[in-house]
Design a protein around this ligand. Structure first.
Ligand SMILES: [Zn+2]
Length: 282
């Protein structure tokens, strides 16, 4: 039986009214604006969490960055997130990632039996070398479509550029690159990230390390941005120059089409991936 608490009810209600008003103003804030992802003016219908809430444990979802998004981009991004939030926690090296795994992923897989079967059938034990071939360990691996992660990271790059600097990255004006990089490619990106001239976000940690990132923006070219991102501290196979090297940081770079040195760098880094549409020519 539920018993009414005499007198105190009124005091409890006041903050609820406040919260309701907050929600109304929040939803208006994201409607009818330029979509951050496709950059079509006045097309946004919702506020999209740049890094989906489902990547985080239930109690670590406060103050995650949000941007205006249109329905189409929101659905397309959700599809990527639906897959990645079910699969990526398996590779987590962070305590919160492991919590998501224990508390949330079992339900996600129960609701997606086709994906569960695909993961079980594709599970392998694989030799990996943490030190470039001197020693080898066994690692349990699951099939993972990393092209989906790369697509999502590029969208996150767009979302973060808007969050930090209010800058949109339209495909017609900007070449967008995103991938896991080892050796030379990563060194180049780190040099850009260390640039003293650039506007920097500093190192930002969301959800106690579930997602960490850092970005810079060129002061003369606002759409020239570089990002280092890591999700769950997991590791992935390296790039084509070192396929057995394990990497945990991805880099996203946006370059204005007029800035030849930057677009040339992106073209030199690009590699084809299975199942991914070819990038538009610069
Ligand atoms: Zn859109």
């Amino acid at each position: 039986m539920v018993r009414a608490r005499g007198g105190r009810g009124a005091r409890v209600q006041a903050p609820q009214v406040h919260v309701a008003r907050d929600r109304i103003s929040m939803s208006k804030k994201y409607k009818g604006k330029t979509c951050t992802y496709c950059t079509v003016p006045k097309s946004s219908t919702t506020g999209d969490h740049v890094v989906a809430r489902e990547f985080f444990p239930l109690d670590k979802r406060a103050n995650l960055p949000k941007v205006p998004a249109c329905g189409r981009c929101n659905v397309a991004k959700s599809k990527l997130e639906h897959y990645l939030t079910a699969v990526m926690p398996f590779g987590s090296n962070t305590p919160d990632g492991r919590r998501v795994m224990m508390e949330l992923v079992a339900d996600r897989l129960r609701n997606n039996l086709a994906l569960t079967r695909h993961l079980v059938e594709g599970a392998r034990i694989k030799p990996i070398s943490p030190d470039g071939g001197r020693s080898w360990q066994e690692q349990h691996t699951l099939p993972f479509d990393s092209s989906k992660l790369v697509q999502l990271l590029r969208l996150i790059g767009k979302g973060m550029a808007f969050t930090h600097w209010g800058v949109l990255l339209p495909d017609r004006d900007v070449v967008l690159y995103g991938d896991f990089l080892v050796s030379a490619g990563a060194t180049g990106m780190e040099m850009l990230l260390a640039s003293k001239r650039a506007n920097s976000t500093g190192k930002i940690v969301l959800g106690d390390g579930v997602f960490t990132y850092e970005g810079i923006q060129d002061p003369d070219w606002p759409t020239f941005t570089v990002w280092r991102m890591a999700l769950y501290g997991g590791t992935y196979d390296g790039d084509q120059n070192a396929p057995h090297e394990q990497v945990s940081s991805a880099y996203v770079m946006s370059a204005p089409r007029g800035l030849k040195a930057a677009t040339d760098l992106i073209h030199s880094l690009r590699r084809p991936r299975n199942g991914e549409p070819p990038d538009r020519a610069a």
